[in-house]
Design a protein around this ligand. Structure first.
Ligand code: AHR
Length: 342
């Protein structure tokens, strides 16, 4: 099979054994080496020895470990790499955008075969992605997207974040007969996922004039910040709030702690709906404290590595693959918790 573009060409060639793991300007360097080496020389033979998929090196830049979802996402990717015996260099960005940029630049310099990015923020990636492209290293995005031309990356594997927000809004509209005073706990504002979950929810509640967002504030996708923000908002809006929409389960779990600390009953006095469907959210639903969660699958490993293998073989992959999810309600939690993979 012929590789479809220069980007996949490099991996294709490297799998065929034309180059060892290369550095930033890998293509020109290995081409220069090939041009100067004599046929049949030791170097030449080494470079031409077939390189198996198990010999490729992936550089993975992860946002960090901000939520239970994120930890499960990392685990899924790492376990799948191990299963397929593919070398994975893991860089924990510790939720700092520049750490991720530096990590990816490092992968380019090292000359990894494929770069995987789970971007903390969607802006600011263009120069780095251009550099990866120039070096002939395909980039795969997982869990979030970037604001950059599509030809700067191979593919993005994400959930339909607008759909998730819409599901949460429609669920809340149904439960409250279209009348609610809502606190929205927003994810990391610079992440596309936060913008889209916000937009989907806003779209759903716009059909109900008596559903009002009283306050909308970022809890950065973490339990600690979700709790702190909720404490502040509960005291600023005493007696006004009867619903929380959190962009992820961790912030919802933090908010639940704040609601209880304020002497109120989460799940009853204040309905709580969130996104992710992590096991701790199922536990909270069993306890009656969380009302519903919209699944955003964290199990990206198998799809990610199927995609990587296709790219490495020079096959065409769709620009975007949506990882599907569904809504789970409180009364389903006890029966389903044992089936949750994360
Ligand atoms: O990008 C996916 C989101 O990031 C998850 O919903 C959230 O929990 C994580 O931190």
């Amino acid at each position: 099979m012929k590789p479809r573009n220069p980007v996949s060409r490099r991996v294709f060639l490297s799998i065929l054994g034309s180059a060892s793991i290369a550095v930033g300007c890998a293509r020109s360097e290995s081409e220069a080496e090939r041009a100067t080496s004599k046929p049949g020389s030791a170097n030449d033979t080494a470079r031409r020895a077939p390189k198996k998929l198990s010999e490729i090196v992936i550089g993975f830049s992860q946002t960090g470990a901000e939520s239970s979802w994120r930890v499960a996402h990392s685990k899924s990717v790492q376990e799948e790499a191990e299963k397929r015996k593919i070398q994975l260099l893991f860089a924990d960005g510790q939720n700092v955008h520049n750490n991720q940029i530096n990590a990816v630049n490092g992968f380019i310099t090292k000359g990894v075969d494929i770069i995987v990015i789970a971007p903390q923020e969607s802006l600011g990636w263009k120069p780095t992605l251009k550099e990866a492209k120039r070096a002939g290293i395909p980039v795969v995005l997982t869990s979030r997207g970037v604001d950059a031309d599509e030809d700067l990356y191979e593919t993005v594997l994400v959930a339909d974040f607008v759909w998730e927000g819409r599901q949460a809004g429609e669920w809340l509209a149904k439960q409250t007969n279209g009348s609610a005073r809502i606190i929205e706990l927003v994810g990391t504002p610079a992440a596309d996922v936060a913008t889209m979950r916000k937009a989907g929810f806003a779209e759903a509640i716009a059909k109900h004039p008596d559903m009002k967002i009283i306050a909308s504030q970022s809890g950065d996708f973490t339990r600690t910040k979700g709790k702190a923000v909720m404490e502040t908002l509960l005291s600023a809006h005493k007696g006004e709030i009867n619903a929380v929409y959190a962009h992820n389960d961790d912030m919802a779990l933090g908010a639940i702690q704040a609601i209880e600390a304020a002497g109120l009953k989460p799940g009853k006095d204040i309905l709580v709906v969130s996104v992710d469907a992590v096991k701790p959210a199922f536990e909270a639903m069993i306890e009656g404290k969380l009302n519903a969660t919209v699944e955003c699958s964290a199990v990206h490993g198998p799809l990610l590595f199927d995609t990587i293998e296709k790219i490495a073989r020079g096959e065409k992959v769709p620009k975007r693959t949506i990882v599907p999810g569904k809504v789970f309600e409180r009364d389903q939690a006890a029966a389903l918790i044992s089936t949750r993979p994360y």
